[in-house]
Design a protein around this ligand. Structure first.
Ligand code: FMN
Length: 200
């Protein structure tokens, strides 16, 4: 499968088969993929906490906010909840926080999960003090992003964005639709300004 095909399939999934246990070894393996991400100053300040224990998963779940645009939906039902989490943390002992590093590592993990028949949703909206407390992490560690992981059970489709509408939505069959901007819109051509490059 091409990288483009894997990227197309690697959507944010929010409903999973909770009975499908995600092995810790698989999570270790996908984190190993993230080790190859580029890193500003090569500081590699991100650490990972793997959560697979049922009661710990329940505690992490309680700190998360799901799908802000789906006002009618309260998040996954118990049997749809993620079977595991990877909590990405910044280790301040290793250097300054870099958001780009976080994104690069998170997406490599997302792609690697998809390659293994799994999926995730990156969750940035979480109760940080509570997650910090229940994780029992040291003072130098700060949670950045929670990857909610499992065997996806929902259908997610990408569609062209219309009229600048960025909100994802669900149809009556509960298929999740994600609008994406077109290539024409995002690649700048003649729209920069009228001044020739040589005269700027
Ligand atoms: C940094 C970041 C934070 C996110 N935080 C949340 C979140 O708190 N809750 C949620 O349900 N989805 C969250 N998402 C998922 C986005 O909503 C999702 O990426 C977007 O709707 C596009 O869908 P796609 O990933 O399938 O392309 C986050 C994604 C990123 C990259």
């Amino acid at each position: 499968m091409s990288i483009k095909e894997i990227a197309q399939r690697s959507r944010s999934y929010r409903r999973f088969d909770n009975s499908y246990a995600v092995a810790e070894a698989v999570l270790t393996d996908v984190i190993d993929v993230a080790r190859y991400a580029p890193s500003a100053r090569n500081a590699q300040t991100i650490k990972y906490l793997i959560v697979t224990d049922k009661s710990e998963c329940a505690a992490v779940f309680g700190t998360l906010k799901w799908a802000g645009y789906l006002k009618e939906w309260d998040g996954p039902e118990p049997d749809e909840r993620p079977a595991a989490y990877v909590i990405m943390l910044h280790d301040s002992d290793l250097g300054a926080y870099n958001a780009i590093d976080t994104g690069l590592c998170a997406e490599l993990i997302n792609l690697a999960l998809n390659e293994r028949g799994l999926g995730c949703c990156m969750i940035g909206a979480f109760d940080k003090p509570r997650l910090t407390a229940i994780s029992g992490i040291a003072a130098n560690l700060e949670p950045l992003l929670v990857l909610a992981v499992g065997k996806p059970t929902e259908k997610v489709v990408v569609e062209p964005m219309r009229d600048g509408e960025i909100r994802y939505w669900r149809d009556e069959r509960q298929t999740h639709h994600v609008p994406k901007r077109s290539l024409d819109e995002i690649i700048l051509k003649d729209s920069r300004n009228d001044i020739p490059v040589a005269q700027r």
